[in-house]
Design a protein around this ligand. Sequence first.
Ligand SMILES: [Zn+2]
Length: 443
Amino acid sequence: MKRLRGRTAITLLLTAALAAGLVLFCVRLVAHGGEWVGFFGTTYYDAGALYDANGVLLYDGETGSYAEDQATRMATLHLVGDRNFGTSLRSVLSSRLSGYNPITGTTLGSHDVMLTIDSALNRTALEALGGSRGVVAVYNYVTGDVKCLVSSPTYDPNDPPADVNENPAYEGVYLNRFFSGTYPPGSTFKLVTTAAAIEKKGDLDNFRFTCTGSTQIGDGVVTCPYAHGADMTIDQCLACSCNGAYAVLALELGANELDKYMKEAGLQDSLTVDGLHTARGSFDKAEAGSVWLGWSGVGQYNDLVNPCTLLTFMGGIANRGVAVTPELVGREAISGTQIPAALSGGPDTFNIYSSSTCDRLKAMMRNNVVSSYGQEQFGDLPVCAKSGTAEVGGGQQPHAWFAGFVDDPNHPLAFVVLVENGGWGSQTAGGVAAKVLAQAAAG
Ligand SMILES: [Zn+2]
């Protein structure tokens, strides 16, 4: 009897284990089935195809072939991905390309995915980078549609370079810098400090600053490239990007406020763009009264931002406080047909600063272009922007940033350009932005 009871207990235990295993399997099947179908050894089972917004074929899963034109292949490599890329649209969209569904499996056939990208714009952006490493991205800040997204260095997936792993020119080539990179923001961060000053400093209109080229902060000195001038208003300080003025503001506001306003901008969050996750930015709170706190308000010290979240922040200012998460997928259809295979929802949004704070930032960013960077390079487009020249140390040239948006309902475009070791932000990165925006607005 005792033995029988023991056997019953063992049987019951085994039954319970089997039931638990089945439940676990079913949960995992529903959650990960799409990935299992999409992943086969080292290749993705992605029978569908990827097209750009104008119907240009970027990748055909049936034949495993990429775009016909080499420049297009190179300018879309990071989006499409090849077998060396851990994250790319081929990997995150594999279940959609294979047409996988937890009930029917893949029996209903594969899907074609039409991206929002204009591959011709990507080619222009890559060419404008002129072989430099960096990022160029443009998106519609109302709909979230990404029009242009280039990460450099790149290569032709039909002919990968033999020295890709040894040649320093290809460092980090398998990363899409737009999603995975974090960089010192340089003076683009002054927009965060400005937002905090607008909301926390009641007498900002009376703020005046005289720049002699170097400003004593705590036991250190914050320097500017030259003496910016006397009795400058906050608008003038942003337009000439005066480090001294912003270090003084940072000390007055304090590290907690700067951290809070960077968080409110979304710059410390990770965004999910059609299954691709962005790297998080970060802010280290330096000691009150220290020169490092001053530099942190200038976008140096240990500040880091990700290009995608910075782009989304620009869109949020343009949109008067409502930031729209970028999107890469336009439509999805049953392969070889125009029959829609999925419903596309509305854009994901989150709130940044108040509409009045954003309007003030917008006016200041417009003034930056008109009074400092030069409107002529942007033709008739009312561009609002902030440049950044981020020191990276080690005797290397600084990173050049140019980020902003077109304040025009007919061309609701936000942009970010980063040229690694590109030198002066408004010149190097501003020139790239001007070329890409001209083509984006004309298209
Ligand atoms: Zn200055």
